[in-house]
Design a protein around this ligand. Sequence first.
Ligand SMILES: Cc1cc2nc3c(=O)[nH]c(=O)nc-3n(C[C@H](O)[C@H](O)[C@H](O)COP(=O)(O)OP(=O)(O)OC[C@H]3O[C@@H](n4cnc5c(N)ncnc54)[C@H](O)[C@@H]3O)c2cc1C
Length: 456
Amino acid sequence: MLKSMRPERVHILSRRPSPSKQDWVLYWMQASVRVIDNLALEYAAREAASRKLPLVVVFGLKEGSVDSGPRQASFLLDGLKYVARTLRDMGILFIVQNLPPHDAALDVADRAALTVMDMGYTGMQRFWRREFVRQAPGPVMMVEDNVCVPVESVYEKPAVGARVIRPRINRVREEYLSDRIGLVETPEKPTHFDRDITDAEDPVLDKSALGTRPTPVSTLRGGGDEAEKVLNRFLEERLDRYGEDKNDPSKNATSGLSPYIRFGHISVREIARRALSVGGRGTEDFLEELLIRRELAVNYAWYLPEYDNPGTLPAWARDNLDAHSADSRPYLYTEEEMESGSTHDPYWNACQKEMVHTGCMQGYMRMYWGKKVIEWSSDWRAAWHLLMKWNDKYELDGRDPNGYAGVAWCFGMHDRPWAQRPVFGAVRYMNDSGLRRKFDIEAYVRDVTARITEAE
Ligand SMILES: Cc1cc2nc3c(=O)[nH]c(=O)nc-3n(C[C@H](O)[C@H](O)[C@H](O)COP(=O)(O)OP(=O)(O)OC[C@H]3O[C@@H](n4cnc5c(N)ncnc54)[C@H](O)[C@@H]3O)c2cc1C
């Protein structure tokens, strides 16, 4: 039955018998807000067609799914609107409810022969899933399609670094990238409900629960259609020079895809397949980030569910930071001084403002950003919590395993001990002279200033 998809992508979450009234198969959309290359949706459609039942798709839009304010919410909504238009054209009913995700799914699961869901890895997504499975009236399956290789098939415990998962993923990656079921046609959508349910043509949010900040980013729209454009531009214009220039903050060499990946607006497997088909110099460097580094972050969030807590750090890193906690710091800043980008360091101020105003900090600068907050805080654990908080609050791609693993990396996670130095001990250090030596960092500062003006 699963000839075209590796069976380990499918997880059986509940074997309860189907309810007596079976009017549809339900796909609970949560982490994969897309129609194209969505294996959970394709799996659900095939199950519906084989039972001669319509397919219903549901998404819940409250509590946690949008709790970082209007910025992420408006990006998510762009994606939902695109999904709504696409599913309507295909004759598939899409319901978006202003309910917590698991409640939205439970609301329509009572007449579902089967519920299929996609897979997210954060604590909030795991909570919704647990709650749903606890109360679901029928069988529940989960299809793991937001990674190249399912997390537990790659490695059975927390990985110490990329080197332990790289050979395992690279050995099988073409096989897993080619998984595909195809979206089969399903019977006409249901029209009779015992309560007020309509097609989500134009999903809207209860904005009162969101507050006002951080504001949406006017220069960036979400959605699968936008993601395709961003991917096409990257493959045509920048993939070739990705390896040489990806770290250089003044070169704009990276893909800019992380917010779209974060909301599942585009599939990582599709991105990887397209990069491989274009080929050329930058491809392997790009796949190292997209598949290995990203799936290392998924491993971190999956096996260490306390991922936003410094207790997850390796002992050597914690011991070193503790041993140097009384070292004198060259500068100490308050939370407000740092949040507003008012330190003595123009490069750090630029990247902080880039994040606050544009929602996307350049990748290399994210490392520098984290290292400096450690250096300028009197307590490294306070620095940890500040970084986690700002990353989740301002980055469009925040609240994602990559963000948690990225912040943890600044404190030694997935890294090795380096030479001893004040404040950091053996944890890797970065400084501004490195930025000046390697890059035209002044050009980066000018570029950020111009982009902030455009975004406002
Ligand atoms: C302190 C810190 C915080 C970070 N916060 C986030 C975050 O909230 N969300 C997020 O997606 N990434 C985060 N990263 C990882 C990385 O910086 C971003 O994924 C990358 O900069 C996004 O830009 P891009 O899409 O142009 O990446 P590209 O260079 O084009 O890479 C393609 C894709 O590969 C993945 N990727 C790239 N670099 C990494 C990496 N180091 N670790 C894991 N996956 C990677 C991303 O999905 C990215 O979209 C963080 C890194 C650090 C050091």
